[in-house]
Design a protein around this ligand. Structure first.
Ligand code: FES
Length: 567
């Protein structure tokens, strides 16, 4: 092993290299490590357990299994913590802290002596943060996910977080479910370790990590509590050691072609809208940018093949049993870049050639018999979204695809909370609900784009309405919802100009969202917008100063590939 590898890598600077090595070895031996094992290559294991992250409950056994694989392959495993982001425990929203976690991951991977790293994440923001950090640190890295939860049961029905959380909450709001039943359901929605049981953001990011080539083939969908999950962890440890002798770095794996493949799979699994932002941020770390036009082209060419909630009917455990990401890829073979390579060194074309499993066609359809002909997500343009917006057509109501309606405007999250259930709210089912000031700069871009149907309409049986905002929405949600409008209203984006009673037109066919006022009126209204208040200290001040808009993945300007070269 060369001098700057293993325990001798990146020595602490005392001005005396030999002393730094002597001191480090001496301190490492205080952990009960022999001289012999300290002479081996080192695989870091970025672990993210937390009392505030139920999705990572199985972390300790995953770390043990990865360590086993590393030891068996002849290297020294060294687990280390980074921050962990449990989606539902963070205020104002986990999105604010994704970049902090990516910085933590990047810096700890780079600063500590490791020759390769296995990154273990799962909950929504953790996998993107780890991939972003790994891409920037650019040492050999493998992503391992905690895996999805199994479903629970309620009165003979399967339940899975968190599409069913929303479905039953909607019924409760509409008066269709009583208080005692909603309380009973609370304990039945999330019953095992692991990430949300549907094709939400966590599962979508797991599929993306596998498609990019950063995770072991076949590993994305294995349930968190399945023995195969631990086997995948052990193999991830072994593969990380192999990456030291046959170095392949994230820059060799995350390329424009593998990013395009990932967008393709995102469309075919009808994945989360959030994944558009996260994949954009990962790619942006390496200077890769897929345009909105290309995104729409990929979407139009790629059918939805997977029948899972929130769009369809199955859960992640069904997807795993049906064949997982590999089965989807085989159906899309003719559309994928087959010369991309994964962390094992395997070329995608060879992977798809060599595996041929039984596929459950109820869950993963063939290319010729898709769930729907076109991809789940599209980018919208139009005068309200000059930088683009995202629309999950697969989760929307087709009757609302070509509509013009009256705007009912909520000026921000507080205004929404205050007025949405006001019996005097002037709103009808054909109106278009507009939420402003919920973008990355104004509010950290929370998952508030799934505006609730006002109680008085819900009780009349209204299930869906057109809703538009600069916010995000949970990957487990559904509805006719336009998200990520860019630029956001708080930085003077056109959304800021919308007023109550204006007319708005949505056309999915033309892929546009437009405010029907004159250009002069538009300009005069925009000039009136106030700039948002900024934090003065700490991480939030850094966030306010540096966060980019949705098309740049809401990364920080100084962390992107372009930012690397800024003075
Ligand atoms: Fe962690 Fe859904 S809350 S994945």
């Amino acid at each position: 092993m060369s001098d700057d590898k293993g325990i001798r890598g990146g020595l602490t600077n005392y001005g005396d290299k030999d002393f730094a090595e002597y001191l480090r070895t001496s301190f490492a031996r205080s952990m009960g490590l022999s001289k012999e094992i300290l002479s081996k290559p080192i695989v870091g294991i970025a672990m993210t357990p937390s009392g505030f992250n139920n999705c990572h409950r199985s972390m300790s056994e995953l770390v043990e299994a990865v360590s086993r694989g590393v030891l068996a392959a002849g290297a020294l495993p060294r687990p280390f913590p980074t921050i962990s982001l449990g989606e539902v425990y963070l205020n104002p929203t986990s999105m604010v802290y994704r970049n902090l976690m990516s910085m933590d991951t990047e810096e700890m991977v780079r600063a500590q002596p490791m020759d390769a790293v296995v990154l273990i994440g799962g909950c929504d923001k953790t996998v993107p943060a780890q991939l972003m950090g790994a891409a920037s640190a650019n040492i050999p890295a493998i992503q391992l996910v905690t895996g999805p939860m199994m479903t629970g049961r309620h009165r003979g029905e399967r339940l899975g977080a968190c599409t069913d959380c929303r479905r039953f909450w909607g019924k409760y709001r509409a008066g269709e479910v009583e208080k005692d039943e909603i309380e009973q359901i609370e304990g039945r929605l999330a019953t095992t370790a692991g990430t949300c049981a549907v094709m939400g953001t966590a599962s979508t990011m797991a599929c993306i990590a596998e498609t990019l080539g950063m995770s072991l083939p076949g590993s994305a969908a294995i349930p968190a509590v399945h023995a195969e999950r631990l086997v995948a962890a052990e193999y991830s440890g072994r593969a990380a050691v192999n990456l030291i002798t046959n170095p392949r770095r994230p820059t060799d794996i995350i390329t424009e072609k593998s990013v395009e493949n990932a967008y393709r799979i995102l469309m075919a699994v009808s994945g989360s809208t959030n994944a558009i932002i996260h994949l954009g941020a990962v790619a942006g770390r390496l200077g890769i940018r897929i345009s909105n036009e290309r995104l729409n082209q990929i979407s139009d060419e790629t059918p939805v093949l997977v029948d899972l909630k929130p769009v369809g009917s199955g859960y992640m455990e069904d997807f795993y049993a049906a064949g997982g990401v590999g089965a989807v890829m085989r159906e899309l073979r003719h559309l994928l870049h087959l010369d991309t390579v994964n962390v094992t060194g395997q070329v995608l074309g060879d992977r798809l050639e060599s595996i041929s499993h039984w596929v459950d066609r109820n869950v993963i359809r063939s290319f010729d018999d898709p769930v729907s002909e076109h991809g789940g997500l599209i980018s919208l343009g139009g005068n309200l979204a000059p930088g683009g917006a995202i629309f999950k057509r697969a989760a929307a109501t087709p009757e609302l695809f070509e509509v013009e309606g009256r705007a009912v405007v909520f000026e921000g999250l507080e205004d929404l909370a205050k007025r949405i259930d006001d019996p005097d709210l002037d709103i009808e089912a054909t109106d278009i609900m507009v939420l402003k000031n919920a973008g990355p700069v104004a509010a950290g871009m929370p998952e508030a784009g799934y505006l609730p149907i006002p109680k008085k309409l819900a009780r009349q049986g209204v299930k869906d309405m057109v809703r538009i905002s600069d916010a995000r929405m949970s990957g487990t949600a559904f509805g006719t919802i336009v998200l990520h409008i860019s630029p956001e209203s708080a930085v003077g984006g056109p959304l800021a100009a919308v007023r109550n009673g204006d007319r708005i037109r949505l056309s999915v066919k033309e892929k546009t969202i437009d405010l029907l006022i004159s250009e002069a009126e538009f300009i005069s209204r925009i000039n009136d917008t106030a700039t948002p208040k900024k934090h003065k200290r700490g991480y939030r001040a850094l966030y306010d100063r540096s966060v980019l808009q949705a098309p740049d993945g809401c990364d920080f300007d100084f962390l992107t590939h372009a930012g690397t070269f800024q003075k």
